[in-house]
Design a protein around this ligand. Structure first.
Ligand code: GLC
Length: 800
């Protein structure tokens, strides 16, 4: 007789009434009659963590996302209890927990308005197939609430009205609205009534977010396993939400070497050596700045990682050195799949040491990737990561490779449903053994981490450089990233713009797209328009699949080459500005690109703007994303903006038409800004910088700007050897004052600033530097409002 042993299907289950409460330092524990425990941790005054168990017992607390450097501590904590609620009160938030059903409501501590409320709140379904729970949360969407974040989703900047999935997926030629794609960043920002908060659902299982799609006023998120474990992060400024999210999940461990912010050229693939040299030579010949050249999979011997195809590259060390002498840093691709081949030492070693992933019943996880059948290191095992990082010794230390590009690390597997490992694959997960259901979303992150550790070790005393395709929250600590296999189409240019902005507001600013598109070939116009956008992305690289022809700056015609050169030159001039923005990002978590909503959330016009964004703090850019355009309409956030090309001003808070022929694009500078510029170089370090230009844009009123510099590589800056200049601009009817405060021990090579004054409302008749009047000849005022003065000035007065 066959017995039906299947458990009774129970459907959604809910916490019942709270029967006990206990406090342990900064964590509060609320227990219900049916054994649900809510652990509420006060991380900071504006950051609370909510963690639930349905069995009365918590699993070991472990997260790959949360950094050990996250700030903790609060200055005020009060817990009160009345008939219906417990109230947890910090200086920023009031959190009410309903005694009857454990539902949560969050209020602003200052004005007591509702920020976010549970609808059903936490509930769950038992998972008969895998054990544990499918954990769920529903919250009420507030009036006119908008939603942002979630990493690389190629969808409208405002996520409202749709459902999204977090499951890292190889997505060749994805399109608008494809979901999920390469990254899983389960962090969103809610914005309503001018106030923003964030929710980071730190659960690595396949998870979902529904923003008023299934039900009009309900936002929900759930995961197929693990714990309901989320951080509530209050702003009310969106930029503070993002900064606090990166405080939790980390910021880049070091600043990138300046050359990594230069232009990079890539293709699948440049080989043999003569082809690589032909490309790099052409850059120098045509005087198009470029800092990095990439070797895609064909540099390897039969796609075996850490080997070379000696037919194509007979002497890699010599080639890398010659490229370096010409200013090119060589970057190579490394994928996770290790070819099954007993004559291949990396494979043999991995096998001997038992470092490859296995299926539930013991066999190795075998999957096909570029080299054919492969096994895959379990990067969730710290010992495997240590081994992996050691494999970079020869590439980096001996051959001189300067960066490593991690690809296919979703992990991607060819010719199988789901394009990845099956669920039953086992992982170490730092000793918390689990299946691929839990480890999938962080596999690529841990590979990039291991790669980063190797690069960091073997590049020392220089800084490491890594790029990854797959990522989970926190990956920004180790590496840069790109948006994967896009397509050479106008629609994809629009998508690339949104994705880069979205990644920045999701805490991961070191991002760019394959300029020109990976699949298919752009025409010259599309390529030029894409370069125009690309120079404003923190990571700036042309890459293409190579199947459909070439994609170098000179592939199209001379006109296009000239446009591309012109824009890459702007990028190189703006390097000190971008580096300063990076420093702010790495230190304070301020996104390098700011969508307009992030720049000015108080203006509801910004809530649905996709195209315009702020690069750094002061530059407003808006790409042309249509063919044959002579310009476009765009929205200007509040304030006054100088046209970068003409110095004409536009008043913000409105839409306006901007001319932009193919050799131009809409770029505007915030009034009062001081923009530092370096001379054009063919690669970073080509020239000794002997003067820095400061483009000063007049403003009636005050504006602050800054300039951060250091040795642009190495670690001395961590010992105080940096140079940080704050500029305070005050503009009056007949006077302009610039004050400078400097800190840090680094001595820059240049001695003077060339100050270019834009938009001056008066004719200059007198100039004082540090309270002394200076003869015009001494400071070289040259008729076009350009002044050359010592970099050490503390106060400059320009008087009518
Ligand atoms: C993947 C990558 C792409 C790379 C190719 C070959 O498609 O996303 O960038 O060129 O593999 O390695």
């Amino acid at each position: 007789m066959i017995l039906n042993t299947e458990l009774e299907y129970k459907g959604n289950l809910f916490p019942s009434k709270i029967v006990s409460y206990k406090k342990d330092v900064d964590s509060l524990y609320f227990t219900t009659e049916n054994n649900v425990v809510l652990q509420l941790t006060i991380q900071r005054g504006s950051v609370l963590r909510f963690r639930y168990t349905t069995t009365g017992i918590f699993e070991k607390d472990f997260s790959y996302a949360i950094t050990k450097y996250a700030n903790r501590g609060y200055n005020h904590l009060e817990i009160t209890e009345d008939k219906e609620y417990y109230s947890v009160i910090t200086s920023k938030l009031i959190c009410k927990i309903a005694k009857s059903d454990m539902r949560i409501s969050m209020y602003d501590a200052l004005d007591k308005t509702v920020i976010c409320e549970d609808e059903l709140g936490f509930h769950w379904e038992e998972s008969h197939e895998f054990g544990g729970d499918i954990v769920k949360m529903t919250k009420t969407s507030q009036d006119s609430e908008s939603y942002y974040g979630l990493g690389d989703k190629p969808v409208h900047i405002n996520l409202k009205g749709k459902r999204y999935e977090n499951w890292v997926t190889d997505s060749y030629a994805y399109g608008k609205d494809s979901d999920p794609i390469y990254k899983a960043i389960p962090f969103y920002i809610g914005l309503h009534h001018k106030k923003a908060y964030g929710i980071f659902f730190d659960n690595t299982f396949r998870s979902y977010f529904d923003f008023c799609h299934e039900r009009r006023n309900i936002t929900s998120f759930w995961a197929q396993g693990g714990e309901m474990n989320y951080y509530f992060i209050y702003g009310p400024q969106m930029s503070d939400v993002v900064a606090n999210y990166t405080d939790l999940t980390g910021r880049p461990h070091e600043l990138p070497a300046l050359w990594t912010l230069g232009y990079h050229q890539c293709k699948w693939s440049y080989y043999p050596e003569s082809k690589v040299k032909e490309v790099t030579k052409k850059f120098r010949e045509l005087k198009i700045p470029c800092d990095a050249i990439y070797l895609d999979i064909d540099y390897m011997h039969g796609f075996r990682c850490f080997t070379w195809n000696k037919e194509y590259f007979p002497n890699p060390k010599k080639m890398v050195k010659e490229l370096a002498d010409d200013g090119f840093k060589t970057i190579v691709i490394i994928d996770p799949g290790i070819k099954i081949d007993m004559n291949y030492d990396v494979f043999r070693e991995g096998l001997e040491k038992d470092y490859f992933c296995k299926r539930a019943d013991g066999p190795y996880m075998k999957g096909k990737v570029w080299p054919g059948e492969c096994y895959f290191p379990d990067f969730t095992n710290p010992e495997v990561r240590e081994w992996w990082s050691g494999l970079f010794k020869e590439l980096v230390e001996d051959i001189g490779v300067k960066g490593v590009w991690n690809d296919m690390n979703e992990p991607a597997v060819m010719d199988v449903p789901g394009k990845t490992f099956p669920n039953d694959v086992r992982h170490n997960y730092e000793g918390n053994y689990c299946s691929h259901r839990k480890a999938h979303n962080i596999y690529g992150m841990q590979m990039a981490r291991a790669t980063y550790q190797g690069l960091k070790k073997f590049s020392y005393p220089k800084r490491p450089f890594v790029i990854t395709r797959a990522a989970y929250s926190g990956t920004q600590r180790y590496t840069s990233t790109w948006t994967g296999d896009n397509v050479a189409s106008w629609e994809h240019l629009t998508i690339a713009n949104i994705q880069a902005q979205r990644m920045c507001m999701s805490g991961f600013s070191f991002v760019g797209s394959d300029i020109g598109g990976f699949a298919e070939q752009p025409n010259g116009e599309l390529y030029a328009r894409w370069i125009q956008l690309g120079i404003f992305h923190p990571f700036c690289r042309t890459h293409s699949s190579g199947d459909h022809g070439d994609q170098e700056p000179w592939t199209f015609d001379d006109n296009i080459t000239n446009v591309v050169r012109k824009f890459i030159e702007i990028r190189y001039q703006l390097l000190p500005y971008l580096y300063t923005a990076f420093w702010r990002y790495a230190n304070e978590g301020v996104p390098i690109l700011k969508s307009l909503v992030l720049f000015d959330q108080s203006d509801t016009h910004t809530h649905y703007r996709n195209d315009e964004f702020i690069f750094g703090e002061k530059i407003l850019a808006c790409p042309i994303t249509e063919p044959n355009a002579k310009g476009r309409r765009m929205f200007f956030p509040k304030g006054k903006w100088f046209n970068f090309w003409t110095d004409k001003t536009v008043k913000g808070g409105q839409e306006a038409w901007v001319d932009a022929d193919l050799d131009s694009m809409p770029i505007f500078i915030k009034e009062g800004a001081i923009i530092p510029k370096y001379p054009i170089q063919q690669y970073v370090g080509e020239k000794k910088i002997d003067q820095v230009t400061l483009d000063v844009y007049y403003k009636k009123g005050r504006e602050k700007s800054e300039l951060y510099e250091d040795a642009h590589d190495g670690y001395d800056y961590k010992k105080g050897r940096f140079s940080l200049r704050y500029f305070n601009l005050v503009g009056k009817k007949d006077e302009l004052i610039i004050q400078q405060h400097k800190s840090g021990k680094f001595i820059t090579t240049y001695k003077t600033f060339k100050i270019k004054l834009h938009g001056m409302p008066f004719k200059i008749s007198k100039i004082q530097v540090d309270n002394e009047e200076i003869a015009f000849e001494d400071i070289k005022v040259n008729g076009d409002n350009t002044i050359i003065i010592s970099k050490e000035f503390t106060e400059l007065h320009v008087i009518a």
